[in-house]
Design a binder for this molecule. Structure first.
Ligand SMILES: [Zn+2]
Length: 250
């Protein structure tokens, strides 16, 4: 069944009013896009802040690991020092011992400490290599952070300026739209504003080759012909949007 709004009769006045809601739709589409941008800007800023926060956390964790390994290294070096003193002490005892058995035992003791020291030295080398690696990582991450912070400052300033401009644009567009709609019959205006809210910001749609360009469903042929005349308020049978036919829409 063709959906013809009972409150309207065809005629010049309605054609002009339909043209006005069509123009209002063009403004609302722009407003819709701009408002999307307004919503996304703070999200983009928050995402950049989060990225920097994560990087800072990684850097501070890396620093903790480095400090921990340095502590371990110092501990091992101290152990090494103590053991070296021990060896010296044993060596000085070598000339004091009286029996061969004692002498052999002392030599064995020295060997054991020396072999422990070899292990400690190896551990220290491994620790130093690891520390070196982490420090180089730390330097890279710190440079990355500095770069990101600089980028963030620039991007945020740019975004905030953009938001300010968009905000002003939206205000102007809304004024223009309200002016247009203030001339429109209140029923048509209500239909229009309700649809804008319920249909994702699109209330007025064009049609082409028997298809609604709002929902892309086929329109009954007779209704399509009527709709292309733009002299009645005709809503799409599928999506309920207002038809306004434009042969070559800008
Ligand atoms: Zn439709």
């Amino acid at each position: 069944m063709p959906k013809v709004h009972p409150l309207f009769f065809g005629g010049i006045k309605l054609e002009q009013e339909l043209k006005k809601v069509y123009e209002a739709q063009k403004l609302d589409t722009q407003i819709f896009e701009k408002e999307k941008r307004l919503i996304s800007a703070p999200k983009m800023i928050a995402a950049m802040e989060q990225e920097i926060e994560t990087l800072k956390n990684n850097i501070s964790k890396e620093k903790e690991v480095i400090d921990e390994l340095e502590k371990e290294r110092r501990k091992k070096e101290k152990e090494l020092e103590t053991d070296k003193d021990k060896i010296k002490k044993y060596e000085s005892k070598l000339c004091e011992v009286k029996t061969n058995k004692e002498y052999q035992a002392l030599l064995k003791e020295i060997e054991t400490v020396k072999s422990t020291n070899d292990n400690i030295e190896e551990d220290i080398l491994i620790l130093m290599e690891k520390i070196e690696e982490l420090k180089s990582d730390f330097t890279n991450l710190s440079a990355q952070l500095k770069k990101k912070e600089k980028e963030f400052d620039q991007n945020r300033d740019k975004l905030l300026k953009e938001v300010d401009t968009i905000d002003k644009d939206v205000k102007k567009l809304k004024e223009e739209r309200d002016n247009l709609l203030s001339d429109v019959n209140s029923n048509l205006r209500t239909t229009y504003t309700t649809l804008i809210e319920k249909r994702g910001g699109t209330a007025v749609v064009n049609l082409k080759n028997g298809v609604c360009l709002g929902c892309f469903m086929n329109i009954p042929p007779q209704l399509f012909i009527e709709a292309t005349k733009n002299i009645q308020l005709i809503l799409c049978p599928s999506c309920n949007r207002i038809f306004f036919f434009q042969e070559d829409p800008e």
